[in-house]
Design a protein around this ligand. Structure first.
Ligand code: FE
Length: 211
């Protein structure tokens, strides 16, 4: 998975409040880990394996593979739009926090973006763990009220004739955005396409750029 930094500042990234929350959370997790190890309830290897699964196997690369498949295989895309949970399972992804998936396709006329206004519901099997800005109160509140402004802050400016649809995740339904395939990538392989699909484009706050 390629990562590249964006020129524009992301106002929802690592606010002071999030940093404090993260620090408190890290301290709590460390304490809990020490306690579990002390009691012999978990092994160090077990914890490391779990962390690795969340970072790598459950990470956004799973979602990128789903989107890349949808771009190259129109039948798969139709199945994905009809029943995302089943279509995603075809690629071997599923489980906890992804039992009821819904895919929304971005087009020239419609731009979909995902939020969880209540807390931080997120499709773990295809995107891994949510970024801190997704959990921030600022994002959760403003994306609903001023979606165009928030998208612009992420560097995504949409013309007035594009309809913006904001999808509120819940414990029941988790959304995956299928971003538009950028022009000039028609000759890339499915694997090469998966490389250019970043997490934020599958939340819907950015578009995918050609490499
Ligand atoms: Fe939530």
């Amino acid at each position: 998975m390629t990562t590249h930094s964006h020129d524009h500042p992301n106002p929802y990234h690592e606010s002071e409040r999030d940093e404090a929350t993260n620090k408190a959370m890290t301290e709590r997790v460390d304490k809990m880990e020490a306690l579990l190890l002390e009691k012999g309830l978990v092994s160090k290897e077990g914890i490391e394996k779990l962390a690795d699964i969340y970072e790598n196997d459950l990470g956004p690369m799973n979602g990128a593979k789903v989107v890349a498949r949808a771009w190259v295989d129109a039948d798969f895309k139709q199945r994905l739009l009809a029943d995302a949970t089943a279509a995603i399972a075809e690629l071997g992804f599923g489980g906890l926090q992804g039992e009821h998936m819904v895919a929304k396709e971005n087009t020239a006329d419609i731009h979909n973006v995902v939020v969880c206004t209540l807390c931080s519901c997120y499709p773990w099997p295809v995107l891994g763990l949510p970024p801190s800005w997704y959990k921030s109160f600022a994002y959760r509140s403003k994306i609903v009220i001023e979606p165009r402004e928030v998208l612009a802050e992420f560097g995504t400016t949409l013309s007035d004739d594009v309809e913006v649809r904001v999808w509120d995740s819940s414990a029941e339904i988790r959304y995956l955005v299928i971003p538009e395939q950028p022009e000039g990538t028609e000759n890339l392989s499915e694997g090469e396409l998966a490389e250019i699909i970043e997490r934020d484009s599958m939340i819907g706050v950015t578009k995918v750029n050609a490499p």
